[in-house]
Design a protein around this ligand. Structure first.
Ligand SMILES: [Fe+2]
Length: 266
């Protein structure tokens, strides 16, 4: 199964720049690349910070641009999003019984659980008891099926102090406690940190990637400022199989020299 992950698109209303870049144009270039090279992917998941300031117009622009994708797409929300305005523009995206933008996608490779880690008007995230009940129910319902988690905030620190201050903080322990009760979680995909990172957490492999607009520099001394940069944007091409997960990072605006060299096998 082939899927695409995009994250942190941070759209501003069309024509408005953000940190010296044009988020709509950069997302359009991302979609154009996916259409050209990965139109056979089964779905695209966008892991939050869809807009930078929760503007209604920016959500409409986001919808208009994403509709150009040839495959279904599933957005979840991040700390820069506005839950209610998002739902006004995306009324078809399910919410759980408490109104959180959480949903389960049943796929041939198992259950995809898309989580809502947003604390309204805060940059740090939360995962409260109400959301915990939903997640536990989904994990119990999965039985022996494989589960893939998608969320905006990582449930752990990544070592860049300024980002760790806007993580899930205390609620990281809540998520860790939940997942430790299950052994069928195959991978965790998240956004928020605007950097390519992979590793494992309590035995669960994870990856994240750069956003489509601005990035976060690898500045491990960043305590009281966010080290934003213009490193190249990316999207991920992900292959899911029962015994293997493969994640490719595609710097879709990179125009460095590309050569097709003859392959010699002997
Ligand atoms: Fe972001």
């Amino acid at each position: 199964m082939k899927i695409i992950q995009i994250t942190d698109t941070h759209l501003m209303p069309r024509g408005t720049e953000l940190h010296g870049l044009n988020p709509c144009e950069r997302l359009e270039a991302c979609i154009a690349s996916i259409k050209e090279f990965h139109a056979d992917a089964e779905m695209c998941i966008i892991t939050g910070d869809l807009t930078d300031r929760g503007h209604r117009k920016a959500y409409h622009d986001f919808r208009e641009i994403l509709q150009q994708l040839p495959m279904p797409y599933h957005p979840l929300i991040g700390n820069h999003d506005h839950r209610e305005i998002f739902s006004e523009v995306f009324p078809e995206v399910p919410r759980d019984e408490h109104g959180f933008v959480q949903q389960m996608l049943a796929t041939e490779q198992g259950r995809f659980l898309l989580l809502d880690t947003v604390e309204h008007e805060k940059h740090w995230g939360s995962y409260c008891q109400k959301r915990e009940i939903w997640l536990r129910g989904q994990l119990e319902g999965a039985g022996s099926e494989a589960v893939y988690l998608f969320m905006h905030h990582p449930p752990f620190n990544i070592g860049i102090p300024a980002l760790d201050r806007i993580s899930l903080r205390e609620d990281s322990k809540r998520i860790q406690k939940i997942v430790s009760d299950f052994s069928n979680i195959k991978h965790l995909f998240f956004g928020h940190v605007h950097r390519p990172i992979s590793g494992s957490w309590h035995g669960i492999p994870f990856t994240t990637l750069r956003g489509t607009n601005h990035q976060v520099q690898l500045d491990l001394n960043a305590e009281d400022y966010l080290p934003y940069s213009h490193e190249p944007p990316a999207y991920c091409v992900i292959f899911l199989e029962p015994q293997q997960t493969t994640v490719h990072f595609n710097d879709y605006l990179d125009d460095s020299l590309y050569m097709k060299m003859p392959l010699t096998l002997t």
